[in-house]
Design a protein around this ligand. Structure first.
Ligand code: F6R
Length: 254
């Protein structure tokens, strides 16, 4: 596991963009797994800047989102379909027909299997972008999620609903359920890059990187993957003091 510690979230975003650009430089049709939430947004903005300036071309890439809330009306601005369209598809100039988000309408009992099949048909995920929940969740795999879980419908924990209520007008508007890639689905990606900023993530980061590998902290499963880059700001890394050193991204193998 490579751990990079940066001064602030803008620098974390630049490192995330560097890692994606590095993969794209030798795999222009890479399949990118995209997280929503705040953590990767600086990275998406930096990638958008590079695309706009002509430094980077993502027109051959595909994307699969990690998760989606259940029950939000189509086009709801807080749905992950809309979030991905706003922060990834449009600014990164991806082909919308190659951007996939799990369906959040509950209507199709085969939806989760079909999502797994679509990822497999695309050749698997080349690089998966991840954030981490304050409770250690990855995607919406809450504590207790089995390590062999695949895409499925899950109940959101009270903490996740409270944490995500900042995106909604009130806590009651936050959906109670979501569809999420499973932990085994995430671990199938060829490369993982986790980004975290802020003191509220320090404990989860410490448990994920230093704690026992256990479903109690779903992100501890990262310790089992052969190609993980973790990019943190100083606050998110504050629980790791004395354990890791900054590794310049340019010195890291692809
Ligand atoms: C989002 C996702 C979640 C978030 C996590 C952190 O697609 O899967 O696991 O990455 O909840 O959220 P932020 O980045 O908003 O703190």
């Amino acid at each position: 596991m490579r751990v990079v510690i940066e001064a602030d979230s803008a620098a974390v975003g630049r490192r995330l963009a560097d890692r994606i650009a590095e993969v794209l430089s030798h795999e222009p049709s890479a399949v990118i797994g995209v997280a929503t939430g705040s953590s990767p947004q600086a990275g998406y903005s930096e990638l958008a800047r590079r695309v706009a300036s002509g430094e980077l071309d993502l027109s051959g890439a595909s994307a699969f989102a990690l998760d989606e809330y259940l029950g939000l009306p189509a086009g709801d601005p807080q749905s992950y379909a809309e979030t991905v369209r706003r922060s990834v598809t449009v600014p990164l100039r991806l082909d919308p027909s190659r951007v996939h988000v799990p369906p959040g309408d509950e209507a199709d009992p085969e939806a989760a299997h079909n999502y797994e099949r679509a990822i497999a048909a695309a050749g698997g995920i080349d690089i998966q972008i991840l954030g981490i929940g304050a409770n250690g969740h990855l995607g919406f795999n809450e504590p207790g999620s089995p390590f062999d879980s695949r895409t499925r419908i899950v109940r959101l924990s009270d903490q996740t609903r409270r944490d995500n209520s900042r995106f909604f007008d009130s806590l009651t508007e936050v959906p109670t359920h979501a569809i999420t890639q499973g932990l085994a689905t995430i671990l199938d990606a060829r490369r993982l890059v986790l980004v975290a900023s802020g003191a509220s993530k320090a404990r989860a980061v410490q448990r994920a990187l230093r704690g026992p590998v256990s479903p109690d902290c779903p992100a501890s499963i990262l310790q089992l993957h052969a190609d993980v880059t973790v990019v943190l700001d100083r606050e998110a890394a504050s629980g790791l003091e004395g354990w890791v050193a900054t590794v310049p991204a340019q010195e890291q193998p692809a």
